[in-house]
Design a protein around this ligand. Structure first.
Ligand code: MRU
Length: 352
């Protein structure tokens, strides 16, 4: 798919508005950090890596517009803008990973002009690296499956949720390139329907055979449809391997276990947060009640209905067959391997 979900253009960023899909393929120009904050909060840009990328560009937009007499003042304000973007969504750690990386980079500048240049270069690097990373995830993931396999997924962890290729959907891109077949079942993903609106759309775009189901059909599908594996993305993976992803993922993991179907999490190292010890420490975003009580603006529940709307849940590591990363598939002792991997990540970041 040549369509790029986020693109830097000279002095602004262009995003694919994911709220408009699948009815409209609409690109929107963002020129201020406030517009970036809105785009993240209101799910125009969503998916952990994509949120990180667009947030990095948000800081670039702010930096370019800022007139500052001293570097000290500029950096002080830059840190505040970092905190502002950090308040847009709480769960995807890629957001914090990206904006903190931006802060570390501009901190090394010797002048305001240099800080602005560094900021843009760092954001471009974050995006370029994510594309490469997702491709590797796709290649490692692809190796786990046979030609003709059918995989079950939830939400959208595709190209539009990253720089390109996606994480959980990356193996489908690689299969296409190799002329082999991977088929998909996609859970519609209530309440915001990322599965039906985005995954069904994206896989159709690349010619993958995709069958849409409602979330409550997953058990029946796992029992009757010869699903080779469940593959999902992640918003944050704790040090022990517990993984937060779109609400409904944990249920799929339990069902996969009951049906003896492998359950894979596909995510880059930027999603691994070794500072968070276990899934219990991952902040879970709760979103507006209207996402549940309304569908396309129309009420589908009585007025005043009490609602609980967590956007994510946490799958305990013991239900995860493997975590597919850009450095390979991690299995077994997640705590040991993720901690070692985090050191790898630190090394990569320090070299930047
Ligand atoms: O609320 P969303 O749509 O941002 O949730 C996204 C997910 O849960 C994805 O699976 C995850 O961010 C990985 S995207 C490659």
């Amino acid at each position: 798919m040549s369509l790029s979900p986020i693109e830097w253009k000279d002095d602004h960023v262009v995003i694919l508005d994911q709220q408009k899909l699948p009815h409209e393929t609409l690109f929107e120009k963002l020129t201020t950090i406030e517009q970036v904050w809105d785009a993240i909060t209101y799910l125009k840009v969503r998916g952990a890596p994509a949120i990180g990328i667009v947030a990095a560009y948000g800081l670039v937009l702010w930096a370019r517009a800022k007139q500052s007499n001293t570097l000290e003042l500029f950096l002080d304000e830059f840190h505040k803008q970092r905190d502002y973007l950090a308040s847009s969504r709480p769960t995807a750690v890629n957001l914090f990973w990206a904006i903190d990386r931006m802060v570390r980079k501009v901190n090394t500048a010797k002048s305001v002009v240099e800080a602005k240049t560094f900021a843009l270069q760092e954001a471009l690097d974050i995006q370029a690296e994510d594309e490469e990373t997702c491709r590797k995830i796709g290649e490692f993931g692809y190796e786990l499956f046979e030609d003709g396999d059918t995989l079950l997924t939830i939400c959208n962890a595709g190209g539009i949720a990253t720089a390109r290729y996606g994480t959980a959907l990356a193996p489908f891109y690689i299969a296409n390139e190799k002329g082999t077949t991977l088929n998909a079942f996609a859970c519609e993903t209530r309440p915001v329907l990322q599965g039906s609106r985005l995954t069904a759309w994206e896989l159709q775009q690349i010619g993958t055979d995709v069958t849409l189901i409602t979330d409550n059909m997953a058990a029946h599908v796992l029992k009757t449809k010869h699903i080779a594996a469940v593959i999902v993305g992640a918003d944050r993976i704790a040090a022990n391997g517990d993984s937060a992803n779109k609400i409904g993922t944990y249920g799929l993991a339990l069902l996969a276990k009951a049906h003896d179907v492998p359950f894979y999490v596909a995510a880059p190292y930027s999603t691994i947060d070794t500072d968070t010890k276990s899934g219990d420490d991952i902040p879970i975003e709760e979103r507006a009640a209207e996402e549940i009580t309304h569908l396309s603006g129309k009420a589908i529940a009585p007025e005043g209905t009490k609602v609980f709307n967590p956007a994510f849940d946490v799958t305990p590591h013991e239900f995860i067959t493997g975590i597919i990363t850009e450095h390979g598939v991690i299995k077994g002792n997640y705590l040991e391997q993720l901690t070692h991997g985090a050191k790898l990540k630190e090394k990569v970041t320090a070299e930047v």
